[in-house]
Design a protein around this ligand. Structure first.
Ligand SMILES: Nc1ncnc2c1ncn2[C@@H]1O[C@H](COP(=O)(O)OP(=O)(O)OP(=O)(O)O)[C@@H](O)[C@H]1O
Ligand SMILES: [Mg+2]
Length: 237
């Protein structure tokens, strides 16, 4: 059953339409991949789906019903392209911040939950007190995912989750995403990394110039739209 959906989303900045009627669905436990050229509107789509911005028209649906940005911000977690960890906070501090600000429990309870979340994504206790600058790219990525999990989102959106990582770490991100899928979380993964997109084995949508040019399980291997063929051809080794 569809958990999160975009329905005919349109958005303009200064008279330029950046999303031109985008529709997309993600079910509970499903992973959907979004590929497409730079400037095609991928990050913009994630901002709308996570309630950081409202669309010019169209709607974001949760469980089939239109959801306001304030509700989306609560229910949809996001892991940004540049991670955006707070540099002055430790790994633990990054994960406890949002639940603390929202008064989600007593400090001790929040801390033990945050430690459990960090363990869940493979960040050992020896790293919990470190600041982001003292963590590797892969470790920071895990902390960013733990932080997204802190508000118990039903959906998680990733913007280029492998862009800051060595190829070896990409397999770790894949495993983290698979584990969240097993937990029933709906996930949308934006990537320009085609080998990573293939490894996800997910339904893949191609977003180009603000439009969905294709959306299918076989999109990477059997592209139907000429725009998708052209996009993939330009990126094949
Ligand atoms: N706040 C904004 N104001 C004006 N234009 C914007 C704004 N945000 C995005 N844009 C424009 O919208 C278009 C889509 O941007 P977006 O960041 O969604 O692309 P993208 O597909 O994520 O690209 P990339 O792969 O480079 O991250 C771009 O032309 C961009 O310049
Ligand atoms: Mg982007």
């Amino acid at each position: 059953m569809t958990l999160l959906a975009a329905r005919d989303l349109r958005t303009s900045y200064g008279g330029t339409e950046v999303l031109r009627g985008v529709s997309l669905t993600v079910a509970a436990g499903e992973v959907v991949c979004v590929i497409g050229p730079s400037g095609g509107g991928k990050s913009t789509l994630l901002r709308l789906l996570s309630g950081q911005e409202a669309p010019t028209s169209g709607a974001v649906l949760l469980d089939g019903a239109p959801a306001e940005p304030v509700r989306l911000r609560r229910e949809v977690g996001i892991v940004f392209q540049a991670l955006h960890l707070f540099p002055h906070l430790t790994a633990l501090g990054n994960v406890t911040l949002a639940p603390r600000v929202l008064g989600k429990g007593a400090p001790e309870a929040l801390e033990s939950r945050a430690r459990a979340l960090l363990e869940r994504v493979g960040v050992g206790p020896e790293l919990h007190g470190r600041h982001p600058s003292a963590l590797s790219g892969g470790q920071q990525q895990r902390v960013a995912i733990a932080r997204a999990l802190a508000l118990e989102p039903r959906a998680i959106l990733y913007d280029e989750p492998t862009s800051a990582l060595d190829p070896e770490r990409t397999a770790d991100v894949l495993a983290l995403i698979r584990a969240r899928a097993d937990e029933g979380i709906a996930q949308l993964v934006v990537t320009h990394d085609l080998p990573f997109a293939r490894a996800l084995r997910a339904r893949t949508a191609h977003l180009e110039a603000g439009e969905v040019a294709g959306d299918s399980a076989g999109l990477l291997d059997d592209p139907r739209d000429e725009r998708t063929r052209r996009f993939l051809r330009a990126r094949l080794p």
